[in-house]
Design a binder for this molecule. Structure first.
Ligand code: ZN
Length: 340
């Protein structure tokens, strides 16, 4: 149980800078005053994730550094952590919950963080120490809180666009092949008025540009749900990218390592081929604009269940465990290719 001062600070970080009603503000404080300890038996709120991150940073002062990329449209802090066991390593960047309703992604990100720091499995230890890890468990913080408080199925950010419409699909707002199908503000896939128009996206880009040495990131992973697949570029076209063969080699290594534990099958291929074509997503931006050689969208499970985005909480641990296996397979394969 974290101390009350710290909890209050975190509640403030998770609140919008201006509440429309003092009643809502008080309700939010009361609701979050006793954050549950993250234990992978339930879906944590933003306050619970942030309080847990504080604990992790405090427990591993030499290995874990907290960072923040800035504040969301509504004024909430967007936080991440860096895990670094040794200097001079290449990096992996993991971005999660850009789509608020995909709750399985942030809770799985926290599970991966825990295992990187505490697993006794020699394969996991080797993996953890072979890279620097930048992990942002919740990128779309406004949408995530809104999904917890008001509308479980919310997918966009919370910036009003016009008198009737609120929100931008942040995974359509990156500056690569921006535009396409999604100019309608009422659409769930609205790409925004121009590329990088949204503070959450702009600040993520600024952090990667200014906070991490150029060429240091070898792998970029965007966690999504519920299509249960490992997707490489491109998303805007079915024409394969330059090192498609390498990326499929890595994706297959990921999928086969993941499958060992419970037999779960993740499909591998490009987004355009396996899911659907769209533009302005983070993975294609990371690959094309930042020149990161291995970039994936990993879609966690949920399809085939009664409500695809509401995976029962008893699934959190199995999904986390097999994903960790997948990461071990992926990073072994990237090593074989010589990128790390
Ligand atoms: Zn998504």
């Amino acid at each position: 149980m974290a101390n009350i001062k710290k909890v209050l600070r975190r509640i403030k970080d998770c609140m919008p800078s201006a509440y429309t009603s003092p009643r809502d503000e008080n309700l939010f404080i009361i609701k979050n005053l006793v954050p549950k300890d993250v234990d992978w038996t339930f879906y944590p709120t933003l306050v619970e994730i942030y309080t847990w991150l504080d604990l992790i940073i405090q427990q591993h002062p030499k290995i874990v550094t907290g960072f923040q990329i800035g504040r969301s449209y509504e004024g909430r802090l967007i936080r991440g952590i860096k895990i670094s066991f040794k200097r001079g390593k290449k990096s992996i960047f993991v971005e999660s919950n850009i789509h608020p309703r995909e709750w399985i992604t942030s809770v799985t990100a926290t599970y991966i963080i825990k295992e990187l720091l505490s697993s006794k499995n020699p394969d996991v230890r080797k993996m953890a120490e072979s890279l620097d890890w930048y992990i942002i468990p919740v990128l779309n913080v406004d949408g995530f809180v809104y999904s917890h408080e008001k509308d479980r199925m919310w997918k966009k950010s919370r910036r009003p666009v016009n008198a009737k419409c609120v929100g931008i699909d942040l995974n359509r707002n990156f500056n690569f092949q921006w535009g396409g199908e999604t100019f309608d503000p009422s659409s769930m896939q609205y790409a925004g008025p121009h590329p990088e128009s949204e503070p959450e996206v702009k600040q993520l880009i600024d952090f990667i540009d200014n906070g991490i040495p150029r060429g240091n990131i070898a792998i970029y992973v965007a966690l999504h749900a519920p299509a249960q697949c490992i997707l490489c570029p491109w998303t805007h076209t079915k024409v394969p990218p330059k090192n498609y063969k390498e990326m499929i080699f890595v994706a297959k290594a990921f999928a086969s390592a993941l499958r060992m534990r419970y037999g779960t099958k993740y499909k591998c291929g490009s987004s355009a081929k396996i899911l659907r074509q769209f533009t302005g997503g983070s993975k294609d931006w990371a690959y094309a604009v930042k020149g990161i050689p291995i970039t994936f969208t990993i879609e966690l499970p949920g399809k085939g269940t009664k409500s695809r985005f509401k995976l029962p909480s008893k699934k959190i641990l199995p999904v986390g465990k097999e994903l960790l296996d997948g990461f071990v397979g992926m990073i072994e394969a990237v090593k074989k290719l010589g990128y790390i």
